[in-house]
Design a binder for this molecule. Structure first.
Ligand SMILES: Cc1cc2nc3c(=O)[nH]c(=O)nc-3n(C[C@H](O)[C@H](O)[C@H](O)COP(=O)(O)OP(=O)(O)OC[C@H]3O[C@@H](n4cnc5c(N)ncnc54)[C@H](O)[C@@H]3O)c2cc1C
Length: 384
């Protein structure tokens, strides 16, 4: 019988847990180490929701990867016995200031990919979405595919499933196939996978030039009573206005409306205890969203907080060996969650067949098609 290979995974956010889930399904002996018990609310993965959408501008590779992401989530959710993904569709609006062709590129790419995209004359928007203002909107579309992953719930389900494999411990140093804990002990394994989210540049100083932790503010809102019914059926909103625009997550499954902006601050430190949003950060976000959502002063602010993610300048994922027996998962910026399950599966396939390892990084970075076998289901019974 083949000896069971051991893997140490650092980090129990969506990346570490998805990798651990797929590696266990592939027969590896896995131990996950996290400084905090999951779900860790200070991690990038733990919030009510994260969006999944094919609208990716000119980044056609990530648009195509969304199909693989949906398939991988379906396998994971079948295994977990719950389906925490709610389809809402996508509403994209653009003020047409000429700074970006993102909306037009998304529309063209999605249509070429065979997805339904409905052009919306701006003047028709308020009749269909009573909470929106079409003023200044020059272009808009609706696409029915796309939705909301209940992120915190997914992390909770994975953490519960993998509980026997999870140890609470801070890792202070990573070597090749080994790591040192805060209590001074060294642990070793056949592979080490580092999925430390916005803490990665602290733990792996070599990443510091490639990945930057970025403080991002989100505001949670409750709609006024007269609009509550219209909001229940609302799609996600991806808005491109002059200042870079904002995204809005609709209030699915009893969650609040959430708004956040598309601009990276590239400031702060995930370890720092500054998670309360400052009044000026909240005002700036509300001003941005107020261009599209009139009467925001009638919405109740349920909360505003700062979160961190790990930004790679081109927003390309880093999923590659940094030593012969150590792999890093990093640089997921503000768009990695939707790919958690598929990245975990691809990593598990590459560790099961190291001939696939050289193909892993270029695929995850959006530079190459998946090598045959890279996206295989981790267990035959999970195949669609
Ligand atoms: C506000 C916001 C909105 C976003 N919106 C979207 C979206 O709509 N769609 C989308 O696809 N993505 C989105 N993202 C991005 C996505 O959520 C992240 O890319 C993803 O969650 C990163 O997961 P992770 O597992 O790498 O990191 P994390 O979830 O941060 O997990 C890292 C874990 O590592 C642990 N850790 C760190 N250092 C150590 C150490 N030294 N020792 C032990 N443990 C350690 C931490 O405790 C933590 O639990 C968004 C992110 C944010 C913050």
């Amino acid at each position: 019988m083949r000896e069971q290979l051991r893997v140490l995974v650092v980090g129990a956010g969506i990346m570490g847990l998805s990798a651990a889930w797929a590696l266990s399904a592939r027969g590896f002996a896995v131990e996950v180490l996290d400084a905090a018990p999951p779900p860790n609310p200070r991690g990038a993965s733990v919030d009510h929701h994260r969006l999944i959408r094919h609208a990716y501008g000119a980044q056609h590779h990530y648009m195509r990867m969304v199909d693989a992401a949906y398939a991988a989530w379906a396998r994971m959710f079948a295994d977990l016995g719950e389906h925490p993904l709610i389809e809402t569709g996508i509403l994209a609006t653009d003020e047409g200031q000429g700074r970006t062709a993102w909306l037009q590129e998304s529309r063209a790419a999605m249509r070429a990919h065979g997805l339904v995209v409905e052009d919306l004359p701006p003047a028709a928007l308020p009749a269909r979405f009573p909470w929106i203002s079409a003023e200044a909107v020059k272009d808009a579309f609706f696409a029915p595919r796309g939705g909301v992953l209940l992120a915190g719930r997914i992390v909770e389900l994975l953490a519960r499933r993998l509980a026997p494999l999870i140890t609470q411990a801070r890792v202070v140093e990573v070597g090749d196939g080994r790591l040192r804990l805060a209590d001074g002990r060294w642990l070793s394994a056949d592979w080490v996978v580092v999925a430390a989210g916005p803490w990665a540049p602290r733990l792996l100083p070599g990443l510091a030039g490639r990945v930057t932790a970025s403080r991002q503010v989100v505001v949670r809102l409750a709609p006024p009573q007269d609009l509550a019914e219209a909001w229940v059926r609302a799609p996600m909103l991806l808005d491109l206005s002059l200042e870079g625009g904002f995204y809005l997550v609709p209030p699915v499954a009893g969650t609040p409306i959430k708004i956040g902006d598309h601009s990276f601050t590239l400031q702060g430190d995930a370890e720092a205890d500054d998670r309360a949003a400052r009044p000026e950060e909240v005002s700036a976000l509300l001003a941005l969203a107020g261009r599209r959502i009139p009467g925001l002063e009638r919405y109740r602010i349920l909360g505003a907080l700062a979160c961190y993610y790990d930004v790679e300048p081109r927003e390309e994922f880093i999923l590659e060996p940094i030593a012969p027996r150590t792999v890093v998962m990093s640089g997921f910026s503000g768009h990695g969650f939707k790919f958690g399950a598929v990245l975990g599966e691809a990593l598990a396939n590459a560790l099961a067949d190291p001939a696939l390892l050289p193909a892993l990084g270029p695929w995850a970075a959006g530079r190459a098609a998946p090598a045959p076998g890279l996206l295989a289901p981790p267990r035959p019974e999970l195949a669609a």
